[in-house]
Design a protein. Structure first.
Length: 247
């Protein structure tokens, strides 16, 4: 199977995470505690993907280009300003709960477009890295898609329409894949930079969004929130070891 086909299948899976919310929309399965547990798992997966997969692959691909980590810094700065821009359209009392439906959808569309580029660049590097990156993207998308669904419901959309428009905004990931493969020669020539930029994006999401959210929740058994984090790291380490062993 070609890297393009692999990337399209992977991003279709990423886009489909928007429908995970339907599991909780008509049931009492969802709770704040379960959301925090999912965020902890996602943080472990993202950080382990950065240090066990993306950085080693980037260093090997760059072949001595010590400047590739500039892309990590640029990606983190870029995401910082993107987040500040989007929050500027939100109400001051509660940035997530009071967000405009349009800014949620636009922000989600931009984010998923970037996810598509990230997944495509990873599959161009290697199938194993593409799989690891897809797992990391899905892991952090699931809790965020559910949160976005809740915001859309609060903005007076029906559950059905909220799911549909959230899914449609997620399809921009496929556009990201096509854009990346349309510039494939450029991506291949600077693959190390694309991989370290992906790492910067993952570090920013984990360090500025997921981990602070974990620390903000007080619970009598707070250490239980560390278990999914460790499991996420172990999952990616095991996956990496199995792939390496297979080769």
């Amino acid at each position: 199977m070609s890297p393009l086909a692999q990337s399209l299948i992977a991003t279709a899976l990423v886009s489909a995470t928007s429908f995970v919310a339907i599991v909780f929309a008509f049931s009492d399965l969802w709770s704040e505690r379960r959301q925090v547990l999912l965020l902890s798992l996602a943080a472990g997966i993202l950080l382990s993907t950065v240090f066990l997969e993306l950085f080693p692959e980037a260093v090997e691909t760059a072949r001595g280009d010590g400047n590739i980590f500039v892309a990590t810094l640029v990606a983190m700065i870029g995401f910082f300003f993107l987040e500040r821009f989007l929050q500027g359209f939100h109400a001051h009392e509660d940035n997530r709960a009071m967000a405009s439906r349009y800014m949620v959808l636009i922000g989600n569309g931009v984010h998923n477009f970037i996810d598509g580029v990230v997944v495509a660049a990873s599959f161009i590097a290697s199938p194993s890295l593409g799989i690891a990156t897809t797992i990391a993207v899905v892991a952090h998308e699931i809790p965020h898609e559910i949160a976005d669904y809740a915001i859309l419901i609060r903005s007076k959309l029906s559950p059905r329409n909220a799911l549909i428009v959230n899914f449609l905004s997620g399809l921009t990931a496929l556009v990201g894949v096509l854009a990346c493969f349309g510039l494939k020669s450029l991506v291949q020539a600077h693959l190390g930079w694309f991989l370290t930029a992906t790492a910067g994006m993952f570090i920013y999401i984990a360090a500025s969004d997921l981990i602070p959210e974990l620390h903000a929740h007080e619970h009598r058994d707070q250490w239980i929130y560390t278990v999914p984090f460790v499991l996420g790291v172990a999952l990616m380490a095991t996956l990496g070891a199995l792939v390496t062993g297979a080769h």
